[in-house]
Write a protein that binds this ligand. Structure first.
Ligand SMILES: Cc1cc2nc3c(=O)[nH]c(=O)nc-3n(C[C@H](O)[C@H](O)[C@H](O)COP(=O)(O)OP(=O)(O)OC[C@H]3O[C@@H](n4cnc5c(N)ncnc54)[C@H](O)[C@@H]3O)c2cc1C
Length: 419
């Protein structure tokens, strides 16, 4: 009898550099690739925000459909379903003769819980696709990850190696017979604001097109360190976050592409700095793995209780870009219109909400979760904790938004653009 497996796509919507899929294919004669639009992503959260607002939804949809097309072109199938992944996969596995399920190892709490529940009744194999370092390659156990980023960075740079990239999958085993029909993933017709710094295309082809453009066509990578605090347009930073978030490109691939670029065009502070920023992403992944649900709690990983006298009225002013601080308001308008905001903007609006309006930081993080097309549980919640003094930096990181606007938007063109 053929050895049948289910391959469960999660935040790894790609074919290149996917160790979990490579392993699944190597160990199976038949593979059913599945991606599930989770029911928890629908509807509103407890604050009344859509869990996933339209732009984020469309970006994810585009990424999944792009992958589906590529898999179909190989004569296989990507079954897109909707519901609770644990229930669906248990049923599907039972229908296919209790076949094993392969997937990507996730680090955020909820996704880890899914793995635990699924493993109660299926043979589940999860492999690290999304972190640059494998757990065994870290110079510390993940529950001993340093609390301070610099300590983490110095240790991994000295003692660990980013894993090798895995080749693109170019052939898939046959799909087993099954009774499921792909869910007709509803289209939405929201058009992107033409001032946007990012595009909604999220699939693997779009990701590599962006790498080609940012690295090779323009060589913007060679000046990244000088431009990265910019606010306007597509070129001041890599804009890879939206692809990393859905996994249409891996951080490992970006790292090795930086190395290839350096061989052709030379290395400098800027080429290193993109890797440095990827290390922030990596750091927060291990922080999330260590601290589980705490990264979503008001007291954060520090168990620090603080007063938040600000309420829904203040939150709404911030969301509606009616704080009266032109820099904060401009950034909030950009977020609502495009699902994106620069890193400089994110730091400023987060600081303003928490330290000026004194609104619970978790509400800001929830709003970002709803809006950001590059929403990533660990990067979002750990950055919010960090800005709020309950995370990996115990200092109160209060940004003077007026001074920040003077420094980073000297001529006011950003505030003008989003006025
Ligand atoms: C309050 C707040 C919330 C954030 N929420 C998210 C989020 O949900 N998803 C997300 O991907 N990033 C988040 N960030 C980090 C950062 O703002 C974005 O990664 C960055 O702006 C994306 O643009 P880029 O790809 O052009 O970044 P670049 O400057 O080109 O950086 C390259 C990559 O490095 C990583 N990176 C850079 N800075 C950080 C950082 N501070 N933390 C973690 N990774 C980083 C990202 O993967 C990014 O794509 C948040 C930051 C703050 C302050």
């Amino acid at each position: 009898m053929a050895h049948t497996s289910i391959y469960w796509y999660r935040h790894n919507l790609r074919l290149r550099d996917l160790p979990s899929l490579e392993r699944c294919i190597a160990e199976s004669d038949q593979v059913l690739p599945v991606w599930i639009f989770e029911d928890r992503w629908e509807g509103d959260d407890e604050l009344g925000f859509p869990v996933m607002d339209d732009l984020r939804y469309m970006h994810l949809r585009d990424s999944a459909l792009g992958l589906q097309k590529r898999i179909h072109a190989m004569g296989s199938e990507l079954l897109i379903l909707r519901g609770d992944p644990v229930k669906i996969l248990k049923t599907l596995s039972a229908q296919l003769g209790n076949c094993p399920v392969y997937s990507s190892l996730e680090v955020a709490y909820y996704e880890r819980q899914q793995e635990i529940h699924l493993a109660e009744s299926c043979t589940l194999t999860v492999v690290n696709d999304q972190s640059m370092y494998d757990e065994g390659d870290l110079p510390f156990d993940y529950w001993n990850v340093p609390r301070v980023f610099t300590d983490f960075r110095k240790k991994v740079e000295k003692y660990s190696k980013v894993r090798q990239e895995v080749a693109v999958v170019s052939a898939m085993p046959p799909v087993p017979d099954h009774d499921y029909v792909s869910w007709d993933y509803p289209a939405k017709t929201v058009s992107m604001d033409d001032r946007s710094a990012v595009s909604l295309a999220g699939d693997e082809q779009a990701a590599w097109k962006r790498v080609q453009h940012y690295f090779y066509d323009t060589q913007a990578l060679s000046v990244y360190k000088k431009t990265r605090n910019g606010l306007i347009g597509s070129m001041y930073s890599s804009k890879l976050s939206q692809y990393l978030a859905v996994g249409s490109i891996s951080a490992v691939s970006v790292y090795h592409e930086i190395k290839r670029y350096e061989q052709q065009h030379g290395s400098n502070e800027s080429t290193y700095w993109l890797f440095f920023e990827l290390l922030w992403r990596e750091f927060f992944r291990w922080v999330a793995r260590k601290h589980g649900a705490k990264i979503f709690q008001l007291t954060g990983i520090m168990d620090r209780y603080r007063e938040y006298p600000g309420g829904r009225k203040e939150l709404q002013r911030w969301i509606d870009a009616e704080t009266g601080d032109a820099f904060v308001d401009a950034n909030m308008r950009e977020l609502a219109a495009t699902g994106f905001m620069s890193n400089r903007g994110r730091q400023n609006v987060a600081s303003y909400l928490v330290h000026r309006l004194r609104v619970p930081w978790t509400w800001g993080a929830r709003y970002f979760e709803s809006q950001l097309i590059d929403y990533d549980a660990t990067s979002n919640w750990c950055n919010w904790m960090y800005q709020s003094g309950v995370g990996n930096d115990p200092r109160d990181r209060v940004f003077n938004t007026i001074r920040q606007a003077d420094m980073y938007d000297k001529d006011g063109s950003y505030r003008e653009l989003w006025s």
